[in-house]
Design a protein around this ligand. Sequence first.
Ligand code: HEM
Length: 425
Amino acid sequence: MSLAAQELDIEAAYHAVSDTYLGSDVDIHGLCRDKRHNEPVMQGDFVDTYLKVPTNAGAKAAKCAVTLFKYKDVMTVLRDADTFTSGFIAEGLGAFFDGLIILAMDGEQHRRTRALLQPVFMPQTVNEWRPEIDRVIREEFLLPMVADKKANLMDFGLYFPIRAMYALMGFPADDPEKFKKYASWALALVAANQIDPEKAKIYGPLAGQAVKSLYDAIKEIVVRKRAEDTQGNDLISRLINAEYEGRALDDHEVTTFVRSLLPAAGETTTRTFSSVMTLLLERPELLERVRNDRSLIGKLIDETVRYEPVATFKVRQASKDVEIGGVMVPKGSMVQCMVISANRDDEAFDNPDAFDLDRKARPALGFGFGPHMCIGQFVAKVELNSAINGILDLFPNIRLDPDMPAPKIAGAQLRGAKTVHAIWD
Ligand code: HEM
């Protein structure tokens, strides 16, 4: 079977990514709890042994030498990006991005690139977009749904992050249909990372086409904005006007940077939205509390990202011989960090299996930690906050639809609920 990038729709692309990273249907929290107590530094590759999902290191990377389950060990690794590097990612997913993918950068190059991109993602910049994000979410998405009194909330969850994110990046807002096309191409890149050789035959070439289509679409916008001498505060305009390594970026570099951000930008927020709404609608008392006190939405998002992080693990490579949790890890070894386990470590969080908005604040690792910590987290939080507020305002007495299957958070690598069916008055 062959599939052309031009024909790919976003739902198909999203579900292809979900299927790729679903892995084995195991009790991941139970397995991790067992490891935390009995083998907190496991010799070997937990993900390959138990979960059967690809890692972003790609098929070429060596298997992991050790897997970490404790909060303190995972944090030690994520915090120290000089000893535990990310450059190997360039051989997997990064191969699609001509090396200009921040996730796969180390050392000085990573610091300089982060400094270049960071201003667009700072809370003060993101907050300038809040009124527009609120308007788009309510007027374009939620208000047209009100009269139906029921929905699979994921029909909304799939689209609103893309719509908001692409505007922030500087894509012209006049044709939202185009955003869906771009987002489906970005997802095709994420789906390329297949273990199954048959699927790899389909998604490998598709990703090749998608990467080229995205490049052409973004480049056209970059060229136009540069010709207009843009001074906007969107990402593309800022990159055009920024200095990088003592000089301006050319059109190819701006295009490649923007393209490299897209796969991280949409579906992580979509999956987090599915988990927030599932955890909230499953708890009517909490729902009532949040409805009456919207200042709790920030904590609701933070607790969701702790309790059910979208990305269950991160991989790093040791740049020298190093000891972790009493185990010697030789230089060059892959180190797998089970974020989903660290976030429920009882040495870090009291009663960790409870979903509790009142718990003592402590950094959970669902947005990562250290130098590679999610650059887009404020954007994601603003979008989610706006979406949850809009739903609580516009869908009175929203609750789970008793006639439809209950939502289920699943996924061995990328977690979320496939559907969230709700009704309202
Ligand atoms: C709820 C939604 C999101 C979640 C849960 C999430 C999660 C993460 C995590 C765990 C990392 C760390 C990766 C690592 O350590 O290797 C990360 C990095 C990153 N995220 Fe997000 N992310 C979200 C939304 C976004 C958005 C909206 C953007 C927008 C562009 C974004 C862009 C990035 C980038 C560029 C990096 C790499 C940063 C670096 O390497 O310095 N993310 N994200």
